[in-house]
Design a protein around this ligand. Structure first.
Ligand code: CTP
Ligand code: MG
Length: 241
């Protein structure tokens, strides 16, 4: 490709954060003085390769986001979210600029994504149709039934996957044209896998956590309190899979 690819980013933000708090919206929870979603949007807005940012969310959140984001970010737009994460992402996909060549999908609830990881996902998309960051599983894993261990899982082939996940737009187009029940898919790597495209795993970042429960917010406050730069993932894994 001679021209720079047009890159759309979808930041699904349509969840209700039940595990975080039943009434406090987790994407508006403050970390280092700014709402969680501010940090997520800023990570992509500040990245020079990103062409547009699409945020699937509820109308309620849209109004609050406009108040938070308008002052610093000009290239985002909100679209209606769906009843599941997969449907929210699909809504983002169908509302992207049709020129987009690559699509990155990143949980709005992962505010600590680094520019380095975004760059590495995009670089890998030049040679792969689907690129998925992952980190090795370090805990020993057990299969359990009724509170009893049935066997120990071989973790040597297991990876915990993260976002941003990157795709060629035509690869997602095939998936959306083929798959009937999107609700069955918890990430887009498994969606394209169902259509025969295996994702290429690249090194993720241990600190690129998804804010799920309140203690995750304390972890991020701690990480940002001890470093002004995002982690260099090359120190956490050598990138060979
Ligand atoms: N998400 C979405 N649309 C949904 C559900 C989730 O866009 N219908 C988004 C969330 O806003 C979040 C990301 O998908 O950015 C990952 O989901 P998760 O961490 O599970 O967030 P919630 O669904 O909000 O939390 P919970 O499952 O605890 O209710
Ligand atoms: Mg959820």
């Amino acid at each position: 490709m001679t021209q720079e690819p047009y890159i759309s980013v979808i930041l699904p933000a349509g969840g209700s954060g039940q595990r975080y708090h039943p009434s406090q919206p987790k994407l508006l929870a403050p970390i280092h003085g700014k709402p969680v979603i501010y940090h997520t949007v800023a990570a992509f807005y500040n990245h020079p390769a990103i062409s547009e940012i699409i945020i699937p969310c509820t109308n309620d959140l849209k109004n609050q986001l406009d108040a938070v984001l308008h002052a610093f970010c000009s290239k985002y737009h909100c679209v209606p979210s769906g009843r599941s994460r997969a449907l929210s992402v699909a809504s983002g996909y169908h509302n992207r600029n049709p020129r987009s060549h690559y699509v990155l999908i990143h949980d709005a609830a992962r505010p600590n994504v680094s520019a380095n990881l975004i760059t590495r996902v995009i670089a890998a998309l030049h040679t792969h149709k689907a690129v998925i960051p992952g980190i090795p599983v370090t805990d020993t894993l057990k299969n359990v039934a009724n509170g009893w261990i049935t066997h120990t899982v071989d973790r040597s082939t297991l990876v915990a996957v993260q976002t941003p996940q990157g795709f060629h737009a035509d690869c997602l187009a095939t998936a959306y044209a083929t798959v009937l029940h999107l609700d069955n898919y918890t990430d887009e790597a498994s969606l394209v896998e169902a259509c025969g495209t295996a994702g290429k795993i690249i090194a993720g970042e241990p600190t690129n956590i998804k804010l799920t429960v309140d203690s995750d917010r304390h972890f991020l406050e701690y990480v940002w309190g001890h470093s002004n730069v995002h982690p260099d993932s090359s120190q956490s894994h050598d990138g060979t899979w």
